[in-house]
Design a protein around this ligand. Structure first.
Ligand code: ADP
Ligand code: MG
Length: 626
C-alpha cells in the first residue's frame, strides 16, 4: 500500500516466526485458542476501564462485549473480531513486533529443539501462532485514543502499518484476518471452528459467535409446473436435516390435491452463539467434574500439556468478607520459579470483583512463597468502581489473604494425607481408602520435589503459619531408609527420654553419613535429620521448635545425649589435658576445649558454638561472596 509505514520485527520475533512457519508441529489448532484468549484479554481490559468511566464503551454495537468469527470460503479468509480495548498505532508496533516478556529467548530455544508449541501462550508470544495456518495476516484495530490502523505481515521479517481508509470502521476493537495457507483450508469449515471453540474456549467469559450458514425452509407459492415441484420435494427429503415427516406429508398432499404453496431451501446467515458463558467458580463444587477442573486449570495457566493439576481447592468464604476462590497446585514448577524468587513479585491469582476481571498482577492476595499456585478469587465485598491502587489498599484484602493461605496449606496437607505412600507421616489419622489410591500414590513426594523449597521459604517468611508449614516439611534421616519422612514421624520414633530433635547440615547425605558427629548418636539409636539444601541453614535459624521440642544441630555445642552422669568425673581427671590443648591451639582459633560424650571411634572433633554459624553455613556464605 502506498502510504504504509514499514517496520522490521525484532530479531527474536523473526526467529520465532521462522520456527513457527517451518514447524512440523501437528497441532495447528492452537492458533484459535491464542486469538480467542487475546480477544478475551482485550475485552477484560475495556470492561475494567468502564468500571470507572462508562463512556469508554461507546454506544450501540460498539458497546457489546463479544467475539465474532467469520469465514470467507472464496477469499480463504478466517477472521476474528472483538470489541475489546483495541490497539493504537504505537501498541501495534510494540505488541506485534517485539517480545516484552523476559525468558522468551530461552523459550524460543526450547521450542526449536522440542518442536512443542503447546506452551506458546505462557510466554507472551501466542499471537505469532497465527502463522501456523496463515501466510498473510492483517490486524485491523481501533483504540479509543487513536485512528483505525491496519497491521499486516507475510512473516518475511517485516510488517507494515497504514492508517485504515478502506475497511469498514470497527467502532472499537480488533479484527484479525488470516489468509489461510493451502494446507490449512480445513479452518474454513464451520463445523471445524465450532468444534475448536468448544474444545479450547469453554471458560471464556464473553460470548463467542460464528457467522453461521443456515439452510431454512421457506414457503413459496406452488408452481403449476409439476416436474419442478417434484424435484424440490426430492431435495427436501434427502436434506441433511432429515425432516422425513414433513417430506412424507407433502408427498401425501401431493397425491391428494395440489398444494397452494411449497417449501424450498434457502441459505441465510446468522450469528450463532458457540459458548455458554458460565463461571465455573460460581457453580457448586459438587457439580463440577474433575475433568472440568483440569480443563479450567489448563485455560487459567495457559498450560495445555495433558497433565492434571496435583490438587485443587474450590470454596466460598462467608462472613465479613465474601468471596469465592479456586486454587490449583500445578503439576510442575516453572523452571524459573526460584531463579526469580527474590526479584519478582509474581502473583498467579486472577482477581475478579463481582464476575468482572480486575487483574492478574495483584500481589496482595498470596504471599510470595505461595506464588507457585494458580487460581482465581472473585470477591463480592471489594468495591468495583475504584482504581486498582485503591483496591490494592483495601482492608478486605488482608482477610482474603489470610483465608487463602489457610486453604492453600490445607490443600497441600491433603495431598499428603491422601497419598498412600505417606501413611504414618500424618498424625495417626485414618484416611478412607478410595478407588483413586493409585493416582494419589507418590503425589506428595512429587509435590515435595517440585515445590518443597517454597514450603521452606514459607517457614522462614511466615511466622504465623510456621507450625502448619513445618508439618508439611519432608527430609531424609538416619532412619528414613532413603525415603522422605516428616517431623511427626520423627517424633513418633523418638526414644524415651529424648528431648530434642537432632539434625545435621551438609552438602549431601552421603557426606553426612560418614560424619563423626553421628557416631555416638547412631550407636545409641538416635535418629538424626539430614539437611542438605543450602536453604536449610536459613530454615533452621527460623524453625526453633516443633510440638514443644527444640531442634539441636549435632555439630554444634550443647548436644545432650541421655544422662551425663560420668561427665563430672571425666572433666576432673582430664583437666590438665584440656588445659594443655587450649594453650596448644591458639585462642583466636578455638573458644573452648571440652570433654565430650558425642563421639565413639573418633578421638576428637571440632564443634561450632551454639550461636555461631555452622561449618556448613560458613561454606555456603563463602561460596556466595566469592
Ligand atoms: P500475550 O497475550 O501473552 O501478551 P500475545 O502474543 O498473544 O501475548 O499478544 C501480544 C500482545 O498483543 C498482547 O499482550 C496485547 O497487548 C496485544 N494484542 C493481541 N491481540 C489483541 C487484541 N485482540 N486486542 C488488543 N490487543 C491485542
Ligand atoms: Mg495471548
Amino acid at each position: 500500500r502506498n502510504n504504509a509505514e514499514k517496520f522490521e520485527f525484532q530479531a527474536e520475533v523473526s526467529r520465532l516466526m521462522d520456527i513457527i512457519i517451518n514447524s512440523l508441529y501437528s497441532n495447528k489448532d492452537i492458533f484459535l485458542r491464542e486469538l480467542i484468549s487475546n480477544a478475551s484479554d482485550a475485552l477484560d481490559k475495556i470492561r475494567f476501564l468502564s468500571l470507572t468511566d462508562k463512556e469508554v464503551l461507546g454506544e450501540g454495537d460498539t458497546s457489546k462485549l463479544e467475539i465474532q468469527i467469520k469465514l470467507d470460503k472464496e477469499k480463504k479468509i478466517l477472521s476474528l473480531r472483538d470489541r475489546g480495548i483495541g490497539m493504537t498505532k504505537e501498541d501495534l508496533v510494540k505488541n506485534l513486533g517485539t517480545i516484552a516478556k523476559s525468558g522468551t529467548s530461552a523459550f524460543v530455544e526450547k521450542m526449536q529443539s522440542s518442536g512443542d508449541l503447546n506452551l506458546i501462550g505462557q510466554f507472551g508470544v501466542g499471537f505469532y501462532s497465527v502463522y501456523l495456518v496463515a501466510d498473510y495476516v492483517e490486524v485491523i484495530s481501533k483504540h479509543n485514543d487513536d485512528k483505525q490502523y491496519v497491521w499486516e505481515s507475510k512473516a518475511d521479517g517485516a510488517f507494515a502499518i497504514s492508517e485504515d481508509t478502506w475497511n469498514e470502521p470497527l467502532g472499537r476493537g480488533t479484527e484479525i484476518r488470516l489468509h489461510l495457507r493451502d494446507e490449512a483450508q480445513e479452518y474454513l469449515e464451520e463445523s471445524k471452528l465450532k468444534e475448536l471453540v468448544k474444545k479450547y474456549s469453554e471458560f471464556i467469559n464473553f460470548p463467542i459467535y460464528i457467522w453461521a450458514t443456515k439452510e431454512v425452509d421457506v414457503e413459496v407459492p406452488a408452481d403449476e409446473d409439476d416436474s419442478s415441484d417434484e424435484e424440490e420435494n426430492a431435495d427436501t427429503s434427502s436434506s441433511e436435516e432429515g425432516e422425513d415427516e414433513d417430506a412424507d406429508k407433502s408427498d401425501d398432499d401431493d397425491a391428494e390435491k395440489k398444494p397452494k404453496t411449497k417449501k424450498v431451501k434457502e441459505t441465510t446467515n446468522e450469528w450463532e452463539l458457540l459458548n455458554d458463558v458460565k463461571a465455573i467458580w460460581l457453580r457448586s463444587p459438587k457439580e463440577v467434574t474433575d475433568e472440568e477442573y483440569t480443563k479450567f486449570y489448563h485455560s487459567l495457566a495457559k498450560d495445555f500439556s495433558d497433565e492434571k493439576p496435583m490438587a485443587w481447592s474450590h470454596f466460598t468464604a462467608e462472613g465479613d468478607v465474601e468471596f469465592k476462590a479456586v486454587l490449583f497446585v500445578p503439576p510442575k514448577a516453572p523452571q524459573d520459579l526460584y531463579e526469580s524468587y527474590y526479584n519478582t513479585n509474581k502473583a498467579n491469582l486472577n482477581l475478579y470483583v463481582r464476575r468482572v476481571f480486575i487483574s492478574e498482577e495483584f500481589d496482595e492476595l498470596l504471599p510470595k512463597y505461595l506464588s507457585f499456585l494458580k487460581g482465581l478469587v472473585d470477591s463480592d465485598t471489594l468495591p468495583l468502581n475504584v482504581s486498582r491502587e485503591m483496591l490494592q489498599a483495601h482492608s478486605s484484602l488482608k482477610t482474603i489473604k489470610k483465608k487463602l493461605i489457610r486453604k492453600a496449606l490445607d490443600m497441600i496437607r491433603k495431598i499428603a494425607e491422601e497419598d498412600p505412600d505417606e501413611s504414618g507421616a500424618k498424625d495417626d489419622k485414618e484416611v478412607e481408602k478410595s478407588g483413586d489410591d493409585d493416582e494419589k500414590k507418590g503425589q506428595y513426594t512429587k509435590f515435595w520435589n517440585e515445590f518443597g523449597k517454597s514450603i521452606k521459604l514459607g517457614i522462614i517468611e511466615d511466622a504465623t503459619n510456621r507450625n502448619r508449614l513445618a508439618k508439611l516439611l519432608r527430609f531424609e534421616s538416619t532412619k528414613s531408609d532413603g525415603k522422605l519422612t516428616s517431623l511427626d514421624q520423627y517424633i513418633s520414633r523418638m526414644k524415651s527420654g529424648q528431648k530434642d530433635i537432632f539434625y545435621i547440615t551438609g552438602t549431601s547425605k552421603e557426606q553426612l553419613e560418614k560424619s563423626p558427629f553421628l557416631e555416638r548418636l547412631k550407636k545409641k539409636n538416635y535418629e538424626v535429620i539430614f539437611f542438605t539444601d543450602p536453604v536449610d541453614e536459613y530454615l533452621m535459624q527460623y524453625l526453633m521448635d516443633y510440638e514443644g521440642k527444640q531442634f539441636q544441630n549435632v555439630s554444634k555445642e550443647g548436644l545432650k545425649i541421655g544422662k551425663d552422669s560420668k561427665n563430672k568425673e571425666l572433666k576432673e581427671s582430664f583437666k590438665e589435658l584440656t588445659k594443655w590443648w587450649k594453650g596448644a591451639l591458639a585462642s583466636e582459633n578455638v573458644d573452648e576445649v571440652k570433654i565430650s560424650n558425642r563421639l565413639d571411634n573418633t578421638p576428637c572433633v571440632v564443634v561450632t558454638s551454639k550461636f555461631g554459624w555452622s561449618a556448613n553455613m560458613e561454606r555456603i556464605m563463602q561460596s556466595q561472596t566469592l
